[in-house]
Design a protein around this ligand. Structure first.
Ligand SMILES: NC(=O)c1ccc[n+]([C@@H]2O[C@H](COP(=O)([O-])OP(=O)(O)OC[C@H]3O[C@@H](n4cnc5c(N)ncnc54)[C@H](O)[C@@H]3O)[C@@H](O)[C@H]2O)c1
Length: 420
């Protein structure tokens, strides 16, 4: 296994391709987006990820990595294309996996290995990928091998986690799993654990669903605490002193392209039996509307109200807007006629113009913290107090030092707290 063709050069495919290339493999990275291909061939990167630019430009410079818009023959094909949801009915859109798999069929040769890295509904490898591959005339498990190796990296730490994390390798048969393990052993320092292919698909979905359901539990508990007039954060902290309890954090909703997406794959497949998972998704998706309701209450009948929204990204310290609950809150408040100025330290491309910090606070009737970018902790509430029209803070992430804000004259409201 010397040559590798990686289908899809996004957050997963590009780091994977360049790590293999820097470990001596000849790697062809393939993307349907010509701009991505041109950028990679010039040694540039189109995504923000610490260390990636240096790695890609070294890999391209060494001659081990090049990019193209069409695949070529290789010993190993790695498919790392998107697996989003269809907007209308929340079903899995498997178009990219299907197209990428079809594109490699004419290039397959006996002894080849195909690896699906895309997060996929359980059963995808056996029911979608395998039948397409077998149109090559090669018999899977005998002439051709197939494995699923899901990714569990965290954006912002992709390169170190790619190497350090334990890795699940699911094989179509034992030889497929062994071959994939040998391949990843070239750079993976974590443990490589072998299993059957559908199990590996389910493991990845279970990881993200576990987090979604636990966050939904925290969010639901937070709403109950608000109604009880008590503080969820204190309840969660004290309950988590139990040796077998770990209550997750509540917040304005769950976004991104993993945790808020993957549980739907199970809901689609098991509409009756995945009732808990479905309810958790709905609970998390309903949180932005709750934040909007409380913000409107805080604004009361203010004349031409203005909100200073801090953060637009779906979580702290990233620039990613995909599925962001902060974006949903801002859009709904604007639909209610509220003037919302939005600041974000990381987001560069938003669907509307972002404000500088001072302009954001100017004449605001409520400071609404939506994203837990760490730097918001260093905003000085005494300076903010000079800029706003009404001193009110609604913290939906439990991020800020509320004593400081109170000392600066602010009324402080906290998501999950029903205390006056
Ligand atoms: N980004 C993450 O943190 C992360 C973590 C774990 C798993 N995943 C999973 O990995 C998969 C890829 O995610 P991503 O974040 O890298 O996506 P991405 O959108 O960043 O990149 C995917 C790339 O694939 C390209 N593409 C689409 N169809 C293609 C085709 N037929 N042939 C070649 N290229 C094609 C797109 O142009 C795009 O550049 C998804 O299933 C995702 O759920 C992502």
């Amino acid at each position: 296994m010397k040559t590798i063709c990686v289908m899809g050069l996004g957050y997963i495919g590009l780091p994977t391709a360049s790590v293999f290339a820097s470990n001596g493999f000849q790697v062809l990275g393939v993307d349907v987006d010509r701009q991505v291909v041109d950028a990679v061939n010039a040694g540039h990167v189109h995504i923000e990820e610490p260390g990636l630019k240096t790695l890609v430009s070294a890999a391209v410079g060494s001659g081990n990595l090049r990019a193209a818009t069409a695949p070529d023959k290789a010993d190993v094909f790695i498919v790392a294309v998107p697996t989003p949801l269809n907007d209308d009915d929340k079903t899995a859109d498997m178009r990219f996996v299907r197209e990428a798999t079809e594109a490699i069929v004419p290039l397959l040769e006996p002894g080849g290995l195909v690896i699906l890295e895309s997060t996929s509904p359980p059963g995808t490898c056996r029911n979608l990928v395998a039948p397409i591959l077998e149109t090559s005339g090669l018999e899977l498990g005998r002439d051709l091998y197939l494995a699923h190796c899901p990714e569990r990296v965290l954006p912002g730490r992709i390169l170190s986690e790619l190497i350090g994390n334990d890795r699940i390798v699911g094989g179509y048969n034992d030889t497929s799993a062994q071959l994939a393990k040998e391949l990843y052993a070239a750079f993976v320092e974590g443990e490589i654990l072998l299993t059957e292919i559908t199990t590996a698909e389910m493991v990845k979905i279970v990881e993200n669903t576990f987090r979604d359901v636990n966050i939904a539990f925290a969010n639901e508990t937070a709403l109950l605490c608000e109604s009880l007039g008590i503080d969820f954060w204190q309840v969660a902290e004290l309950a988590s002193r139990h040796p077998r309890v770990n209550v997750h954090r509540a917040g304005p909703g769950v976004g991104g392209h993993c945790i808020s997406v993957d549980p739907w794959f199970l809901v689609e497949q098991f509409p009756q039996d995945a009732a808990l998972i479905h309810a958790a998704r709905l609970r998390n998706d309903a949180m932005p509307a709750h934040v909007v309701r409380r913000t409107l209450e805080i604004l009361g009948g203010a004349d031409h109200p203005k909100v200073a929204a801090l953060g637009l990204a779906f979580k702290g310290n990233v620039d990613d807007l995909r599925g962001s609950p902060a974006l949903a809150v801002v859009e709904s408040l604007r639909a209610e006629g509220v003037n919302v100025a939005v600041h974000d330290y990381f987001v560069r491309q938003a669907p509307f113009e972002l404000a500088g910090l001072d302009a954001c606070f100017e004449n605001a009737d409520c400071v609404l913290l939506l994203t837990d970018h760490a730097d918001y902790k260093y905003v000085d509430p005494r300076q903010v107090a000079e800029l706003v029209r009404t001193r009110a803070l609604f913290d939906t992430r439990h991020l800020l030092d509320h004593d400081d804000w109170r000392a600066a004259g602010f009324a402080v409201m906290l998501l999950g707290s029903g205390r006056a």
